[in-house]
Write a protein that binds this ligand. Structure first.
Ligand code: ZN
Length: 185
């Protein structure tokens, strides 16, 4: 379990994210930060974090069934997320506002996964996971058109291609070694 202090901190963070009305992009960035972080302290928080990571992974997979299951899961959690409503009168018309108030990482995560899948918000198809094994970070590609980045940064792209070259050399040496061994028999 989280200590009271840690829990307060997480909740404070989540509340701030709604109160300060982060942009959709800001909410997504924060969720990716949670997903990319080391396992959160406390079993409950770590499980919710894992749920978020699995959800992001499901978005990246093209399996239809996994996506449908995810959509159902997201919907269930969003329906359980409290919404605050405010109404006012601006002198000409009634203005109402609704806002989700996630109480835990899962509810906040569900909102963000929905943002990433929404057909109209402009983030659909932008989620990536860095292909450099030692990184594996989730990130948003900057552009939907043009080449789709597979690495989170230039440094990791270069490092991956260097590793690839190193592996190729190692495989080549192994092949030579085997052939020489065969010939010496
Ligand atoms: Zn990376």
């Amino acid at each position: 379990m989280l200590t009271q202090e840690q829990e307060d901190k997480v909740m404070q963070w989540l509340r701030r994210s709604t109160e300060e009305r982060l942009s959709d992009r800001g909410l997504i960035d924060m969720a990716l930060m949670i997903a990319n972080a080391a396992p959160l302290p406390g079993k409950d928080a770590a499980q919710q974090q894992e749920w978020l990571v699995n959800g992001l992974d499901a978005i990246l997979k093209s399996e239809r069934r996994a996506r449908r299951a995810l959509a159902d899961d997201i919907n269930r959690r969003l329906m359980a997320t409290p919404v605050i409503t405010a109404a006012g009168f601006d002198g000409k018309r009634i203005v109402t506002e609704h806002q989700c108030v996630p109480r835990k990482i899962e509810e906040y995560g569900a909102f963000v996964l929905a943002l990433l899948l929404d057909e109209d918000r402009g983030f659909k198809g932008l989620l990536r996971r860095c292909r450099l094994a030692e990184c594996n970070r989730f990130f948003l590609a900057h552009v939907e058109k043009g080449p789709r980045p597979s690495y989170c940064c230039t440094e990791h792209r270069l490092r991956a291609s260097a590793l690839d070259a190193k592996n190729r050399v190692a495989r080549y040496r192994e092949r030579v070694r085997r052939v020489l061994k065969e010939e010496s028999k």
